[in-house]
Design a protein around this ligand. Structure first.
Ligand code: ATP
Length: 351
């Protein structure tokens, strides 16, 4: 099995006045796992359904390996899909569920049973073929849904929030399993999620959508370290917003002068976007700033620091918590590195 190249070209879709897709362009390379990430209503599911064929765009095209499939019906597309709700057929055994697509295609019984067994082995559940969906846990049902989606050896796998209904521990395990399977099969995969951690940990690239358009697409590290816009910066990971004064491409913030990267607003009063791990906190009895809360997280602790009217988050090594207890007066500095700035109204939609 090898993955197809999928191209979304200028996809537009309106639902009686609501713009779900507003000219979405995105190319997914063969064998790539791409996550569609964004706030509720930004069009992730609609985009996925356009690739599956469950939704027709008003304008634009979906191409698979260069052929326009925009008007090809869903059942003739070379794609498997997994939904948030497990959506197995309750009255069919697990084996019959997995083999369902093969039966529709009139594959002989012996052959489809053998294939179903192969798939159950692939998902690590070789013993459950004779059981029924209600006898399985949520995580097992979702594995079976994945096996069913892979039964016809599609060249594109579409996953619509497949882990959202599962509890935290199963979610993390299944995340790794899906990724391992996807890599070993080399299947092109589009994964819809609103969970940034899920997107960053699984995807080759993450596409951040905003109001039906592509805001940025990049590999996880680039997205986190060098977000192209304030919206992406705030949506992916945690950001402090600290008032600063901009002059050219330098911003003065907390008494420090830092270089600015990315777009620069027209105003000199800006907000500087700073990750908690780039805030340095040092005990200093003469300082105004004070630690309000310290949340121990194991390898790190997250501090909430009061600085005049401002509250900031800072991540410090977990074992520093004793030295940095609530009530401690501290000096706050920023790591010397380029920062993003924004006009204050810019990111309101992301919060
Ligand atoms: P969520 O994370 O909440 O599922 P999403 O990013 O997947 O959101 P979509 O489900 O694609 O977003 O929806 C985008 C917009 O289009 C929303 O405003 C939604 O209400 C609207 N929409 C989607 N499908 C339909 C439909 N069948 N009829 C009417 N409006 C729709």
């Amino acid at each position: 099995m090898n993955g197809a190249k999928v191209e979304l070209r200028g996809l537009r879709r309106n639902f009686s006045g609501t713009t779900a897709l507003d000219g979405l362009d995105l190319t997914i390379e063969p064998g790539e796992l791409i996550a569609l990430l964004g706030p509720s209503g930004c069009g992730k599911t609609t985009a996925l359904r356009c690739v599956a064929g469950f939704e027709q765009p008003d304008e634009g095209a979906v191409l698979v390996d260069g052929s326009d499939i925009t008007r090809v019906p869903a059942n003739r597309r070379d794609a498997g899909m997994v939904f948030q709700s497990y959506s197995l057929f309750p009255n069919l055994s697990i084996r019959e569920n997995v083999a369902f697509g093969l039966r529709v295609r009139k594959v002989a019984a012996a052959k489809r049973h053998a294939r179903a067994q192969e798939l159950l082995e692939l998902i690590g559940l070789p013993q459950i073929g004779e059981r029924y969906p209600h006898q399985l846990s949520g995580g097992q049902q979702q594995r079976v849904a994945l096996a069913r989606a892979l039964a016809l050896e599609p060249r594109v796998l579409l996953l619509d929030e497949p882990l959202s209904a599962l509890d935290a521990k199963v979610r993390v395990t299944l995340r790794e399993e899906i990724r391992r399977l996807q890599l070993s099969l080399g299947i092109t995969t589009i994964f819809v999620t609103h969970d940034q951690e899920e997107a960053l940990s699984m995807a080759d690239r993450v596409a951040v959508l905003r109001a039906g358009r592509l805001e940025q697409v990049a590999d996880p590290a680039t997205l986190y370290d060098r977000p192209a816009t304030a919206f992406v910066a705030e949506f992916v990971g945690t950001m402090n917003r600290i008032p600063g004064k901009l002059s050219g491409r330098t911003v003065t913030v907390l008494g420090q002068d830092l270089p600015v990267e990315g777009d620069v607003p027209a105003t000199s009063d800006v907000e500087v976007l700073v990750r908690p791990e780039t805030v340095i906190v040092t005990p200093d009895p003469s300082s105004e700033a004070m630690i309000l809360v310290s949340s121990f997280r194991g390898s790190t602790s997250r501090l909430r620091v009061q600085l005049g009217d401002l509250e900031m988050l800072a991540d410090v090594p977990g074992h520093d918590t004793v030295r940095l207890a609530p009530g401690t007066r501290v000096r706050v500095e920023l790591v010397e590195r380029p920062v993003l700035v924004s006009a204050s109204s810019d990111v309101a939609a992301a919060v």
